[in-house]
Design a protein around this ligand. Structure first.
Ligand code: SR1
Ligand code: MG
Length: 406
């Protein structure tokens, strides 16, 4: 019988069944439990425990002592605490957009939460070229609520600073500082560049002094701008979707950082889906329809975020000086500028760095994959260098369309 109460260890599937039976007050007494580890992220273990008899199921997410992607990343399992506390807070700020959280266990560093198995991970669904017409509406609401409502313009400043302390997240931030803001922009040994893209990366990215300088500025913006309680890893693998509902998961990278970090991540990952569709859909009509759906979604995420942000600002702002004419526009402008920059960083780092995305790696034809990567890199660099002038949804779409033409 495993001891879950005195010492942390990483669970197996059978441990997770025993844990569910003995530590969770969720299943019925006559439950017949089975379990599968279903995690496919870079960091954690995700156990789905099912009681077929009574048709109930739950997710137990456990943080291991090292990242799954590589044991080079030693990250404290306490990140599971951050994740469970953030989920509870996000549920208050944006009800219905995160899974229900049942129990956090500080010894086993695991959280029991709602099983979303009637949903699909958005990246997986997009690789199948499925469409989610309500996604832009849902994610823009989630981002406005979680980003604006945790900022100094809305919150009491002392309470906000308490949250800054509570969600200081140095280890996970270090991963982002290295993997997003540093390594992709020089020939770092940890990078993992696809053979067919090596020459282009060297010439177009590593040989560009201006780009290196701009990414240095952006790294310091990420490290010092405690603007909002951001999700910190809002890619399409952190989002569950079904036709009429969207749930954001995996907020373990959360901390007080630039609000545009989340918006930029969403847009970049829609662009990966676009690149996948462009090179894998054979039927021309189907391709056209899918690509125009992604373009519309990119445009709508930005424009609906902007619109909802302005409305929420007028309703919720409490900081006196933020009510001065023009300040709302100035503040939003800087978020959109960061959005463009982060979108560019994410596009580059998922191609060059250690953590790739399936949208691109699943393109089996080497020539097509190299073309898809080139588009991401051209768009990525443009988003970074031209961030001063990219503001509206149509500007984001245009960068993508121009990158395809190059
Ligand atoms: C070592 S973790 C690599 C990446 O996976 C996570 O989802 C984050 O995006 C991180 O950068
Ligand atoms: Mg994750």
């Amino acid at each position: 019988m495993a001891d879950f109460q005195t010492k942390y260890f990483t669970m197996t599937e059978s441990d997770a069944v025993e844990y569910a039976k003995t530590r969770l007050n969720f299943f019925d007494a006559d439950a017949e439990l089975s379990c599968k580890e279903i995690g496919d992220g870079n960091l954690n273990y995700v156990f789905r425990v099912v009681d077929e008899k009574n048709n109930k199921s739950i997710i137990i997410k456990q943080a291991g002592p090292v990242a799954r992607i590589s044991d080079e990343f030693k990250v404290s399992p306490d990140r599971n605490r951050i994740e469970s506390e953030i989920l509870a807070l996000q549920n208050e700020l944006a009800p219905g957009f995160v899974p229900k959280m049942y129990q956090y266990d500080p010894i086993m560093n695991c959280t029991a939460m709602e099983d979303l198995s009637d949903y699909e991970i958005m990246r997986t669904a997009l690789i199948k070229h499925k469409k989610f017409p309500l996604f832009a509406d849902h994610i823009s609401t989630f981002m406005v609520n979680t980003l604006l409502f945790t900022s100094d313009v809305v919150m009491n400043h002392k309470e906000k600073k308490e949250l800054v302390k509570k969600f200081t997240n140095p280890e996970l931030c270090e991963i982002t500082e290295d993997l997003v803001y540093t390594e992709p922009f020089y020939d770092c040994p940890r990078n993992d560049v696809f053979e067919g893209s090596k020459e282009f990366v060297r010439e177009y990215i590593w040989n560009d002094q201006k780009l290196a300088f701009e990414t240095a500025k952006l790294k310091f913006e990420f490290m010092t701008n405690a603007q909002s309680l951001i999700h910190g890893d809002l890619h399409t693998g952190s989002i569950f979707v079904k036709e009429d509902s969207t749930k954001v998961i995996d907020p373990e990278f959360a901390f007080y950082g630039p609000a545009g970090y989340d918006v930029g991540n969403v847009i970049a990952n829609l662009i990966f889906a676009y690149a996948n569709g462009l090179f894998t859909i054979e039927d021309e009509n189907e391709k056209k329809e899918y690509l125009s759906y992604i373009e519309d979604t990119i445009r709508d995420v930005i424009d609906q975020f902007t619109e909802k942000f302005k409305i929420a600002w007028d309703e919720k702002v409490t900081e006196q000086v933020a009510k001065q004419p023009g300040f709302k526009e100035y503040y939003l402008d800087s978020i959109l500028q960061d959005t463009s920059a982060v979108c560019g960083l994410e596009l580059c780092r998922r191609i060059i760095g250690i953590a790739h995305v399936k949208d691109i790696t699943s393109i089996t034809d080497a020539d097509k994959r190299a073309k898809a990567e080139k588009i991401c890199l051209i768009a990525g660099k443009t988003f970074i260098l031209n961030r001063d002038s990219i503001r509206q949804g149509k500007d984001f779409v245009k960068v993508l369309q121009d990158a395809i033409k190059e």
